[in-house]
Structures are given as structure tokens and as C-alpha cells.
Design a protein around this ligand. Sequence first.
Ligand code: PA5
Length: 436
Amino acid sequence: MIRTDLSFIGEDAKKLIETFRPEADDAVFTLERGSGRGNDFLGWQALPFDYDRNEVSRIKAAAAKIRESAEVFVVIGIGGSYLGARAVIEAVKGLYHNDRCDGPKIYFAGNSVSADALNEVLDICRDKDFCINVISKSGTTTEPGVAFRAFSRLLTEKYGDGADERIYVTTDKARGALKALTDKKGWESFVVPDDVGGRFSVLTAVGLLPIAVAGCDIDALLKGAADSATAQKGVGTQAEEYALARFAMLNAGKSIEIMVSYEPRLTMFAEWFKQLYGESEGKEGKGLFPAACAFSTDLHSMGQYIQDGQRIIFETVLSVESSATDYDLGSDDDGIAFLNGQKVSFVNRMAQQGTILAHCDGGVPNVILRVDALDEYNVGAMIYFFEKACGISAYLLGVNPFDQPGVESYKKNMFALLGKPGFEELREDLNKRLRN
Ligand code: PA5
């Protein structure tokens, strides 16, 4: 479970929180009653309880089959169709899960249009038995579309008609080019519910299939999310406190929130957080800019700026209260003899505590989110906590948390430059600008 610790945000911010509390309570009611903007995308709230049992059984069966028949599993998707699965797998199994865990090695593709990135994963697959899971709610996104063409082609070259057995699709139940192709080919498919937006979809098949293939316990993940949903219901919750703290920071002149963790295995979780909050709140000229740092690593790169640069930052520290393993430093007569008799987890804890105080002294308030451990249960709880807090925070800010009108602009330009039919006029215009 997660506790929001506001001991290090300063007295002024605490007063601001009390000023804004009635508005935050309203935001909670708006979200829970489904009376706010974007209320046709609230399906994520019920996912931990009200999921399709049959679909989850099929996910487990598919994961077991993939674990038996594949040395490599390629997950093709971008944004909300990729970040959640990778975040959970790395948080629970660690950064080097491919080398340390049994089951297929998992790679991600279709999250860019880099030819090099595509070829690297294709090369890995060439002499291995592999399966793919293409994930796209709309079924029309260019990046996964390009990767899917490449990987399905390689599957056909290797397995002929047997390729169809190795393709798993996660998409809309009725719409989109991917759905039409899936029906034609008879590929095994899973559904992204209509009322769940991409960045809120990790607890659907979008996240659950890759997470299960990685050997994670998806029942425990869902149970953690369900218990978190109960804990975060109503007003006065830890999620509301976090949303309030962010709003207080924004009103105190902070414009950047850095999600900080002292556990490298949370690096991708912070990427998932960045998308969740950036895409939900960054609109109409509003919103905190969500950033991320991995400490103590980034204290040796970004630490100077955070301590001493523009005073527009606050940090949210995702503090993991117990690491899964430890290392006893024992005794030695070397340059770190002052650490004799200590454990590495103690050193990490002192780095965290020292940094929090130093940054607070430098004018960077710290919100601490305390998490018991990085297992499926707690990671499930974290997912729901951040989703709930995001909804509250966006309504408090006065924006629709569930749309993303801004991402269309680059797509239109890209389609025009690529010669997609229907974009001829824009293409001419853009080419003129690029020639100047
Ligand atoms: O959160 C979102 O809606 C986006 O990040 C989408 O997940 C992303 O653009 C991918 O879209 P799709 O799943 O339709 O391919």
C-alpha cells in the first residue's frame, strides 16, 4: 500500500493544501460520480473488481502457451499500449529479467519508428522461436503498424502457416484495421474496453498478457489494485493528499514535478507515470511538467541543477521501504571503511534521507510516497493509486483527464509528409515551410 508523507513540503504548502481541500473533495466526487469531463472513459476504476473473468483465464492460458513455445516474446505497442507492461515487468522482475528469469526473453518494439531499433529486435528473433503480441486500441497507430508488418513478415518466413499461431492481438472489440485483419486471419485476440483509455489500460489485456508472460502473478497485481481502490475511495485518502500536494506546489510557483526513485527497477514505472500525468494534464496551457530521475545515479548528473538551478521544481520520491534483497558490506580496509558492518540498503536509505534534506534546504520541496515493497501486490496498488490521483488532480486543475487532443498535431504533419491520402494540401504547405 502507499502512504503520502507531506513532512517535507514546507509549512506554506501545507496551508495551501487546507485552502484547496474543499475543491479537491469536489474533484473526488466528480470523479467517483462520473459527472466530469471525459466521463465515458472511467472504466479503469472498476477494472480490479469487475474484469472479464473469462478474458483473464484466456490471458493466463495464452501466457502459458507462449512461455512453452517461445524463446523470445516481442511486445509491439506505443504509449499506453506499451509503458504499463514494461513498467510492471521491470518493477517486479528487475531490469535484467531477460537474463535472470525463466520463460521467454521479452523485448519491446513499435514504440518508435527507428529502423535501427526495429532491426535490433528482428535480428534477435531470426534464429529463435518467437511469438508476438501487437497491442493497439485504435488499431491504426503508425509505429506499431510498421513493427507489426516487419515481425509478422518474419514469422511467415520462418513458420509459414504456423505463423498465425504465434500472433496475439490486443485491440478494440469491433473497430480498426487491426481488428478487421485479426478476424480475417483468426489470430487469438484480447479486448481493450471502450471505456478505458490507453494510458489507463495496464490492468486490461494490454498489460496483463505481457506481464503474465514475464512470469508475474497477475492475480496478485489485480488484488493489490483492488485493495488500493478500496483504500483510495472517497475523500481524505492518500491519493487525494498526493493530488492536493501537486496542486499546492503548482500554486506555489513550481512547474516541474520530478518523480524520483532510489530503485533503478522503477525507471520505467516513472516513464509510465510521465505519460499518465503528462497526457492527462498537459492541456489548455495548464499542468505540471512531469519529469523523472533515478537516484542516486542522476544525483551525479541532474543533482547540481536540482539543488541549485531554477527554483521551479519539486520532487515526488517513490520510497520503497524494503528491498527484496540486501548485501552485507562486511569489513575491509579500503576507501569506504566507514561503511564497514553496514548493508547496502542502509547506504541507499541514508542517500535518500540526506538528499531529501539537502534538496528541501535548496528550495525543492519533497512529497514522499511510501511503498512497502516492489512485488505484484504493491505494484498493483501503486498503479491504482496513481490513476486515481491523476483523475482527482486533473479535475482540480480544471481539465479533462481522459483526452489527448494535442497528440494529433504531429500525426497530421507526419501523415501529410508521408503522402497519406487526404492530407495533400497540408503536405504542400509543410514542404514549402521545410524548403525555406
Ligand atoms: O494514452 C493514450 O491514449 C495513448 O498513449 C495511446 O495509448 C497511444 O497513442 C497508442 O495508441 P493505440 O493503442 O491506439 O495504438
